[in-house]
Design a protein around this ligand. Structure first.
Ligand code: SF4
Length: 192
C-alpha cells in the first residue's frame, strides 16, 4: 500500500467533513471518525449515536465503554494514534421505534476505500456488529461461527456492544469467557 501523504489525508478529511450526500439526516451531517497514518488497529462499527453526534467523539457512550473493556484498551490508547475508527455510516442516522437507525448505505461505498488507503500500517480490523461484518465479510457465516474462528486473519469480529445485545450475550456466555481473552491478547500484542 502507498505511503500516506499528510496533504492527501487532510484534503480527504476535509472532503468527508463537507459531505452532504445524505441531505435528510435528522441532525444534519456530522461525520465522526478518527484516522491516523500510524494506526495499527482499525475499528469499524455501525454509526454514531446521538451522544457521539453531539460530542463529536467516537464511542463516547456506554457502548464505547463496553467496547474498550472487551478490547482491553484504556481511553488513552483507544483514542491514541495507533487506533483508527471508521463507522459504516459516518453520521448519526437518527432513531426509530427500535433504537438507532442503521448506518446510511451510501456512506461506506463513498468513503471507506479512500480512508482505508490512508491507513497503511493497519494490521488488524475489528468488525463490530452485523452491518460491518456483512459489508466486509459478505460470505454470511453466522455470527457465532465467525466469533469462534476469529475471522479471516486480518479481520476480527465482535457483536455490537450495545445494551440491545444483552440477551444475545447472555445466551452465548462462551463469547466473554473464551473469545474475549484471545482477542485482548492479540490486540495487546499488536499495539505493544
Ligand atoms: S452519512 Fe456518510 S454519505 Fe451520508 S452525509 Fe454523512 S459522511 Fe456523507
Amino acid at each position: 500500500m502507498a505511503k500516506p501523504n499528510s496533504f492527501l489525508l487532510e484534503t480527504l478529511l476535509s472532503a468527508v467533513r463537507s459531505c452532504r450526500a445524505c441531505a435528510d439526516l435528522p441532525c444534519g451531517p456530522r461525520p465522526v471518525l478518527r484516522v491516523h497514518p500510524a494506526a495499527r488497529l482499525l475499528l469499524i462499527g455501525q454509526a454514531p449515536g446521538r451522544r457521539v453526534h453531539d460530542t463529536g467523539v467516537p464511542w463516547n457512550d456506554r457502548s464505547g465503554a463496553r467496547l474498550r473493556a472487551w478490547l482491553g484498551l484504556s481511553p488513552e490508547v483507544f483514542y491514541g494514534p495507533l487506533v483508527a475508527i471508521i463507522p459504516m455510516g459516518l453520521c448519526y442516522p437518527g432513531t426509530g421505534p427500535r433504537g438507532d437507525l442503521p448506518p446510511r448505505r451510501q456512506c461506506a461505498p463513498l468513503w471507506f476505500g479512500s480512508l482505508r488507503a490512508q491507513l497503511p500500517a493497519v494490521e488488524c480490523t475489528v468488525l463490530i456488529g452485523l452491518h460491518a461484518i456483512r459489508y466486509h465479510l459478505p460470505q454470511r457465516q453466522p455470527l457465532a461461527a465467525l466469533l469462534r474462528d476469529a475471522g479471516d486473519g486480518h479481520h476480527l469480529v465482535l457483536p455490537h456492544p450495545s445494551g440491545r445485545n444483552n440477551a444475545w450475550l447472555a445466551r452465548h456466555p462462551w463469547f466473554e469467557a473464551e473469545c474475549l481473552p484471545v482477542l485482548r491478547e492479540r490486540i495487546a500484542a499488536l499495539l505493544a
